[in-house]
Design a protein around this ligand. Structure first.
Ligand SMILES: [Zn+2]
Length: 602
């Protein structure tokens, strides 16, 4: 157990000390986090800085967490920052330099101590949280660092209520102490959550490595089924890369009455799921596919990563144009793993893919934003969506997932089934993460694809990655003898180009489709729809009312806009959205059969 971690620590240390941007200094850090008044939702933090030899020292708290590309301004929750030096705790002057930096004049003492409190009551797998039942520590939201000591080891001690029996984290404990941990460096601390409270733990071995599932909150899971099914996922994911980088791995699962999401970490993941998600096969599969996605990140993004993420800048945005690979391919392999592990049949696997293709085809944003731009601008667009987002942007998850599938089909076709996208990722992982110890740029992926397939991917990258050309899904599916069918082509559905939601008293427009009838004739998001051609409408009859009017004819909509009643004339148009299904060719060629079988892992 220790040897793997030790190698990792040495590796990171070696790599980071080569950088001229990080100054070197003597010193060490000890963290202490107290949570003895959990109903207050405040963590009390104490940081002791020993033997530091500079004139001043800057304590910084990150403003974002790797994996979630949004500036979340963690310092906004910090209060009561104090600093002192020496055993008798003489006060030290403190200067706030910027939103996340506290500078203290450093006295020549054996140690300096800073203390502060952090409010933690936002229930999210990205944030630290504290209440009467449990604490979840995401150290990047809680614990400050000193630049010069980011790569040195430290110690973390926890004080928690006596009636809390469990502490779970992939961090190694100090000499068998439950409450004290060895921290190899600050990056690992940030990337390793800690769960404290009373919760159940499922332990199992998969691919020879101990795994645990921390189950916080009431739920209806079956431990045997969870360990059996997660083992299948772990085996399939590990098979892609040929090795598993864990010493031990933890799935942190938080149950609540809300939806779910996950965040990947270097040896763990945190997932928030509905507490009854295990009730039926479909929602249980949603849980498993989330686990598959997060587990795949162990390799893709945590190790084989964009070059820009080699060194994390916790103070500001870190831009990369590769999220379509990191998140999109992880979404594609999530599906592939679910299929190969036997949780999805071929139909589910293919229909999920076609559904993603529909989403991209129907979103006006796909004509505006390339998947490369979507990756780069995740900070200001994907994570800051508004009512116009479907018109102006695309999801790098969804389009990246499709591009993963199209590249997989391309390369299987070009090599007559000898090479798959799995092989390409495996190769990049070994070449860049293992041998060179550095991240990739998009050109590295293109070079690997071209080398292995002996074909040119310039057109693919220019059109589909850097450009916004319509995806030729038909062509790529045809490699596998699959015929794409648009079910809407033969239907005569009508549209005015809006989405709406029902609120007390009426239907409120929530989205206006770019270049649709409503867009061109002046219906706004927020308008209340009252009547069509003088007849009162509600959510049960609006579609029938529109359906009664011929394509090309106009209808008068009575609306309420911010308290002003007005009429808007709208032309009824044919609904141009696609709805995909597929057929397998009755007489596929030998090559099509080979591509299909290879793709399906047969
Ligand atoms: Zn992800």
């Amino acid at each position: 157990m220790k040897s793997v971690l030790f190698f990792l620590v040495c590796f990171l240390f070696f790599k980071l000390t080569l950088s001229a941007s990080i100054p070197q200094a003597k010193g060490s850090i000890e963290y202490r986090v107290s949570m003895l008044m959990p109903n207050s939702h405040y963590f009390e933090v104490e940081i002791r800085l020993n033997n530091f030899d500079e004139d001043f020292v800057d304590f910084k708290l990150p403003v974002w967490t790797p994996g979630s590309y949004l500036i979340r301004e963690y310092p906004k929750n910090v209060e009561d920052f104090k600093a002192s030096y020496g055993e008798d705790e003489k006060p030290v002057s403190i200067q706030k330099i910027n939103k996340n930096t506290w500078r203290i004049a450093h006295k020549k003492a054996d140690f300096v101590k800073v203390t502060y409190r952090v409010y933690a009551f936002e229930e999210s797998i990205r944030m630290s949280y504290l209440d009467e039942n449990h604490a979840f520590i995401m150290s990047g939201t809680l614990l400050m660092y000193v630049d010069a000591l980011r790569n040195t080891s430290s110690v973390l001690k926890l004080d928690y209520p006596e009636n809390w029996k469990n502490v779970s984290t992939p961090l190694n404990r100090l000499e068998g102490k439950d409450y004290a941990f060895y921290i190899p460096n600050y990056d690992i601390l940030v990337d390793t959550p800690i769960e404290i409270g009373n919760f159940e733990t499922i332990e199992f071995n998969a691919v020879g490595i101990p795994h645990e599932v921390v189950m916080y909150g009431a739920s209806n899971y079956n431990p045997d089924q969870i360990s059996r099914d997660l083992t299948k996922i772990i085996e399939k994911a590990t098979a892609v890369f040929g090795e598993n980088p864990n010493e031990k791995y933890t799935f942190f699962v938080h149950h609540s009455d809300r939806g779910y999401g996950g965040l990947e970490h270097i040896n763990s993941t945190a997932m928030g799921v509905n507490r009854w998600t295990y009730s039926n096969p479909k929602s249980y599969n949603n849980f498993l596919s989330l686990a598959a996605h997060e587990y795949f990140h162990l390799w893709l993004v945590k190790r084989l990563k964009p070059i820009e993420l080699d060194e994390i800048n916790y103070n500001e945005e870190t831009y990369t144009d590769l999220l379509w690979v990191m998140e999109g391919f992880s979404s594609y392999f999530e599906e592939k793993i679910m299929f190969l592990a036997g949780f999805y049949d071929e139909k589910t696997f293919l229909n999920d893919l076609l559904h993603a293709m529909e989403n991209i085809q129907n979103a006006p944003g796909s004509e505006t934003q390339s998947v490369s731009e979507a990756s780069f601008d995740a900070w200001i667009k994907y994570y800051r969506r508004n009512e116009n987002s479907d018109n102006s942007q695309i999801s790098y998850y969804t389009k990246g997932m499709i591009l993963g599938a199209l590249l997989d089909l391309s390369i299987i076709n070009a090599t007559n089934g000898k090479i798959t996208l799995d092989n390409i990722l495996n190769q990049l992982y070994h070449q860049f993460y293992k041998k060179k110890g550095k991240g990739i740029v998009s050109e590295d992926l293109k070079i690997a694809l071209e080398k292995e397939s002996q074909s040119n991917f310039s057109g693919f990258f220019n059109d589909y990655v850097y450009g916004t050309k319509d995806l030729d899904n038909e062509k790529y599916l045809n490699y596998a003898g699959i015929n794409l069918v648009d079910l809407n082509a033969s239907e005569n559905t009508k549209s005015i180009g809006i989405k709406y939601r029902k609120e007390t008293g009426g239907l409120i427009v929530s989205y206006v489709l770019k270049n649709g009838s409503a867009y061109e004739n002046g219906i706004y998001v927020g308008d209340e729809l009252i009547a069509i051609n003088g007849y009162r409408i509600n959510e049960n009859n609006i579609n029938q009312m529109i359906d009664r009017i011929n394509v090309g004819e106009k209808a008068t909509f009575l609306i309420n806009r911010k308290g002003v009643i007005k009429n808007v004339d709208l032309e009824i148009r044919k609904d141009n959205t696609v709805r995909y299904s597929y057929e397998l060719l009755k007489n596929p060629s030998k090559n099509q059969t080979k591509v299909y079988k290879t793709w399906m892992g047969k």
